[in-house]
Every structure is written in C-alpha cells, then in structure tokens.
Design a protein around this ligand. Structure first.
Ligand code: GLU
Length: 260
C-alpha cells in the first residue's frame, strides 16, 4: 500500500512538472500579424520637427513619418496602411516591449545599451549632438556648459552624453522636446542640447536661437523592433525596404524634403 501511495505521489509530481515545463505556445510571426491586420502600427514622435511633428492641421508629418509610409508601401503595398502612435524619448522602448506598437521610428539612435533590449534596422540617417543657445549667449562650446543650466529631454542619448562631457552642468530634464524648448524660451536654462536634426527644427522657426558649430557625437538612427524570434522576418523585411529606398533614391528624396 505504502509503495502504491509513493508511486501515485511520484506520478503526480512528474505530471505537475510536465505541466510546468510545457513548451510555450509559438507566437504568431509579427510580419504575418501586420499583413493579416492590414496595417503597421508605428511609434513616432509628435515633438521632433522635422522628423515627427503635428502640422497646423494636426496631421502627423516628417522624415520618420515618410519612412514609415515607405515601409508600409513595401510590406502592404499601400503607404497609408499605417497607424501612428505617439512615443517620447523615455517611453519608446516600453511601447515596443509592451506590444503597443510594431516598430518605433523616432529619431532613435542605435547604441549598444539599447541593443541589449531591442533590435534595430540598418541606420537610415546620421545626426550629431549639438548645442543650441540664445543668440546673445556667451557660451561657445561644451566646456562652457559646466555650472550652467542645460536643458535636455529625459531618456535621450544627449542626456547621458552631457552628464559625461560636462559633468558640472546643471541638468534640467523635460519629457518632451516642446516642453524643453518652452523652458529655454522662458529662460529656465542657458542652453539646450540634443541631436542637430531636432535643434534645426526649433532654431529654424525662431531666429532668437542659434546652433553652435561643433558636433559631439554620431547618432545613427535606426528603426527599433521588439527583440524576439517572432520579429526576425519583420526586421529582415524592413532592412530590405531600407536597402531598396537607399538604392532607388527614395531615402535621399525624403532627406532633401525635410533636412535643409
Ligand atoms: N537620437 C537621440 C536618442 O535616440 C536623441 C533624440 C531623441 O531623444 O530621440 O536619444
């Protein structure tokens, strides 16, 4: 009897163990999911003119938006088969990992730290970190930022870089680039630093500000994709689309349209 009980008990433990180790259901391939849904969901910035911004009619526009439309055309045969969702520098990785978007096209620099958590396409644009100041400011370069108030956007590479390159700078962090620029205009900082590509958008629309000539980093922008076996075909397809856009002149056309 004792033997029988022991045998039953081991069998139960064995079966429970089997349940726990049951292999995960294979997830649907992300590219197939996009095709059967009939649209791709893309995270873009709403505050980073000329890459992603709302125009006077509240329509989303910009370099990244045009790249997204080309990707939709390549995958689904229709540049309008895209749903745009707003992302910010600090929430874009979470938007990907939580499946709120299929991809992020949002002035996002490819770097080793981010590659630990998400995958990236090949680069499609290269920016560089710059400094923007009021026209009459005495600031001439990065060293002058020590002991001065420097405006950055939280979660950006510029935040990390400035903490290293001007360790005594008094960092003023904001969630969006529009908030950051409003703070600069309200004299809540002596300078603002981020990619030249984004600073051009602000300096181009307000002549009281200028961008200093030095560039302190190279910021290769990539399309970010969730890191998982299900996204492998999507990443490869996006790279194919970018390759085609590079070789047929589409990427250059988009660049000239938005970056002067
Ligand atoms: N390219 C930089 C980054 O990925 C700065 C621009 C941004 O905040 O998106 O952090």
């Amino acid at each position: 009897m004792k033997k029988f009980l022991l045998a039953t008990l081991s069998l139960m433990i064995f079966l429970t163990g089997c349940g726990l180790n049951k292999p995960k259901e294979p997830q649907q391939d992300t590219l197939d999911k996009i095709k059967s849904r009939g649209k791709i969901i893309v995270g873009v910035k709403y505050d980073s003119k000329p890459f992603g911004f709302l125009d006077e009619n509240n329509q989303i526009q910009g370099f990244d938006v045009d790249v997204a439309r080309e990707i939709a055309k390549y995958i689904l045969g229709d540049p309008n088969a895209v749903e745009f969702k707003q992302v910010t520098a600090s929430n874009r990785i979470f938007m990907l990992t939580s499946d709120a978007v299929d991809v992020v096209i949002a002035t996002m620099t490819i770097n080793p730290k981010r590659l630990e958590v998400v995958d990236f396409s090949q680069p499609y644009y290269i920016a560089g970190q710059a400094i923007m100041i009021p026209k009459n400011s005495p600031i001439r370069g990065i060293k002058d930022l020590n002991n001065r108030k420097v405006i950055i956007v939280l979660g950006s590479t510029s935040e990390k870089n400035i903490r290293m390159m001007a360790p005594e700078a008094l960092i003023q962090g904001f969630r969006t680039y529009n908030d950051a620029f409003s703070a600069l205009k309200a004299d809540r900082g002596d300078a603002m630093t981020t990619d030249d590509s984004i600073l051009y958008g602000f300096a181009g629309s307000d002549s009281s500000y200028k961008i200093l000539p030095d560039r302190y980093t190279k910021e290769p922008y990539g399309i970010a994709i969730k890191k998982s076996p299900e996204t492998e075909t999507l990443r490869m397809t996006i790279d194919e689309a970018l390759y085609q856009m590079q070789h047929n002149g589409t990427l250059n056309r988009i660049k000239h349209k938005w970056v002067k």
